[in-house]
Ligand binder design. Structure first.
Ligand code: F3S
Length: 640
């Protein structure tokens, strides 16, 4: 008797025991990359000497860094297009859509595994896939045919009953789960959706939920494949990809959470965390300055049709700027055809291209101390580009209703038509390019923004380093390696990018590292939560960071640290966090002894005190750390 997640995982198991917590290796059928992480992933693939990818399907999307105010992003796009053509990867051009929306529409297949260098890759779980977000190097390894290693997750059932009421949205379901579970609640877990409520949700609604499962810190989330899935695939003109899939009757879960959809009300994630949940009712009347609708969470056909239904015959409030970014060209084309687009324009919305846009800080930063309502998935401090702004995460319905009134508005109080004609079947893949049939003739384009990959030294036996920064709980990858239009163009130029590391926490962090010959980072709980960006490990590695000592780590970032040769230590006693201060000198004796799993302590020379710690690493992880990271490890293995 198996759960759906177990069925898919076990069908892809390469090694290890299918038991929660056991290290297992999983074969990955598909990969996806986006441009902000993709340049590094393909440089790593090339450094591994792989001619053609070994997966069933690999796709490279350009959706993040699409502003072209200099040559840098354009250089990256040219590199990505040519390297995809050469190595057997499909390429989706800028403007074609957001990676997760497009992957769902065009490539996701029930029962398959997917690994993507973007933390919202679990969106594919809406199509009964095991879809996991990871660092670019892990995706490069999957493209090279190397299985993905994870601790076998616990499977948590989320049993849905009832039906969503007028003005209540799939976004409100996942916000309720975030309220119940917090941003740390999903670590080491897969959330599997069951119950009669599942049949009331479309694939788009399921995708909103699996997308934001990433905010729970979960390995992934998964829905069954049923008649609703088949209908979606039929509209995408690929019904042949449908297979029915669900859990066995009587499957046993590690835990069960019940949510009655009929009892839900519109909710908002308040600044600055996706689990800081309040009912919209309680926020009603608060003045709003900006409304942004789009992102990989809420930019599908149905989301935007609901927005159009609310905006129809109405105008946005004088104090509000409303921006809308459709998730894909396909969605945009359908809305043009059925008149919804005209409704947006008539209401006073500003239309953005089909990309991540403001979600990754590419334009549309709110005004100072502004209140911004966004249908996105993250509201971490500073991500919008305005440090003093308040960003709230809401459903498309709450966003549209508030854009009209100019204040926080509960959409259940508004009268609008929330049923519409079935989605038309329209497909246009003309901006998706198949890999070259003559790869040997393709020349990969390296513009001046593409700098060589930094290569780490192997791990010294012992070292002493200063604490170059001491941080609080819940530090995100946005804190470590910020995004935004100023920084993103340097994702393929680590020397330049490293000058922005921790720029909002400690100005000139890179200078402190240079002064002390690198160092050690000390942090609180859930260090590295948020996006999958490996630059949050790669740039500190470049600056000479050798270890991070934290109370706990987020899953993807922990893997990225190991991949780049930085030792992740956790305090054996969390109270010892207070026994270390900025610029203390920490001595790490015989770190190679960690291989044996023996007890280990750091010596704080400044305070003359020993601090017991644990390294969260398996023997296989240790071999990677010893080599100075996964790339060195793979290259060494190829030499022998
Ligand atoms: Fe893009 Fe934001 Fe999603 S950056 S991939 S729309 S989380």
């Amino acid at each position: 008797m198996k759960t759906l997640a177990q069925k898919i995982l076990d069908a892809h198991l390469v090694s290890g025991r299918a038991q929660a917590g056991e290290q297992v290796e999983i074969k990955m059928d598909q990969t996806l990359t986006q441009d902000a992480t993709g340049t590094m992933a393909y440089m790593q693939l090339e450094a591994m000497g792989v001619d053609q990818v070994k997966t069933e399907l690999s796709v490279s999307y350009v959706d993040h860094n699409t502003l072209q105010s200099g040559y840098m992003n354009a250089d990256d796009h040219a590199y990505l297009q040519s390297v995809a053509a050469k190595h057997g990867v499909y390429f989706s051009k800028a403007g074609n859509g957001i990676c997760h929306q497009l992957h769902l529409e065009r490539f996701a297949k029930p029962g398959k595994t997917l690994i993507g260098s973007d933390s919202h890759t679990p969106t594919g779980g809406a199509m009964a896939m095991i879809a996991i977000g990871a660092g670019g190097l892990d995706v490069a390894k999957a493209m090279a045919g190397i299985p993905y290693r994870i601790p076998y997750p616990k499977i948590v059932e989320v049993r849905l009953t009832g039906e969503l009421g007028h003005g209540v949205s799939a976004k409100d379901i996942i916000l309720e789960l975030l309220r119940l579970q917090s941003v740390k609640g999903g670590v080491g877990r897969i959330y599997e959706y069951t119950g009669p409520g599942v049949k009331t949700l479309s694939v788009y609604q399921r995708a909103t939920i699996t997308n934001m499962g990433a905010e729970l810190g979960a390995t992934t989330s998964v829905f069954p494949s049923d008649e609703i899935t088949r209908e979606f695939l039929k509209r995408q003109q690929r019904e042949q990809d449908y297979v029915p899939l669900e859990a066995d009757e009587g499957a046993v879960y590690d835990a069960t959470i019940e949510i009655d959809l009929s009892a839900l009300k519109p909710a908002a994630a308040c600044p600055n965390s996706p689990d800081n949940i309040q009912a919209v009712e309680a926020l009603q009347g608060k003045k709003v300055d900006q409304v942004a609708i789009g992102s990989c969470t809420n930019s599908g056909y149905e989301d935007l049709m609901k927005v159009a239904a609310i905006l129809k015959g109405r105008k946005i409030a004088e104090n509000v700027s409303l921006v809308i970014s459709p998730g894909s060209r396909q969605v945009m084309r359908k809305l043009i055809q059925n008149g919804a687009f005209a409704t947006f324009v008539d209401a006073g919305a500003r239309i953005l291209e089909c990309t991540c846009g403001p979600c990754i800080g590419m334009g549309q930063s709110p005004k100072s101390e502004g209140v911004s309502l966004r249908t996105f998935n993250r509201n971490f401090y500073g991500r919008s580009g305005t440090l003093s702004a308040e960003v709230y995460l809401v459903s498309p319905e709450t966003a549209a209703a508030s854009a009209i009134t100019g204040v926080f508005t509960d959409p259940t109080t508004l009268d609008y038509e929330d049923t519409f004609a079935p989605e038309p079947s329209y497909v246009d893949d003309s901006l998706i390019y198949a890999p070259s049939k003559q790869p040997e003739q393709v020349e990969v384009q390296f513009g001046p923004n593409i700098k060589p990959l930094p290569i780490n030294e192997s791990l010294p036996t012992s070292f002493a380093k200063r604490v170059v920064i001491k941080l609080e709980d819940n530090i995100t990858t946005d804190h470590i390696a910020p995004a935004g239009a100023k920084v993103l163009p340097y994702r393929s130029n680590i020397e330049k990018l490293s000058t922005f590391v921790f720029e909002n926490n400690k100005k000139d962090f890179y200078k402190v590292c240079a002064e002390h010959g690198g160092g050690v980072i000390v942090a609180g709980e859930n260090y590295g939560q948020g996006s999958s960006r490996e630059h949050a490990a790669l740039a500190p590695m470049y600056l000479g960071v050798k270890a991070v000592v934290a109370k706990s780590f987020a899953r993807i970032h922990l893997a990225n640290l190991i991949n780049f040769g930085i030792i992740p230590f956790v305090f054996a006693d969390k109270a010892d966090y207070d026994a270390i201060d900025d610029l203390d000198e920490l001595v790490f004796e015989d770190v190679h002894g960690l291989e044996t799993g023996a007890d280990y302590a750091i010596y704080n020379k400044t305070k003359a005190r020993r601090i017991p710690v644990r390294a969260q690493i398996s023997p296989a992880d240790f071999a990677i750390l010893k080599a100075g990271g996964a790339l060195n490890y793979i290259r060494n293995a190829q030499k022998t």
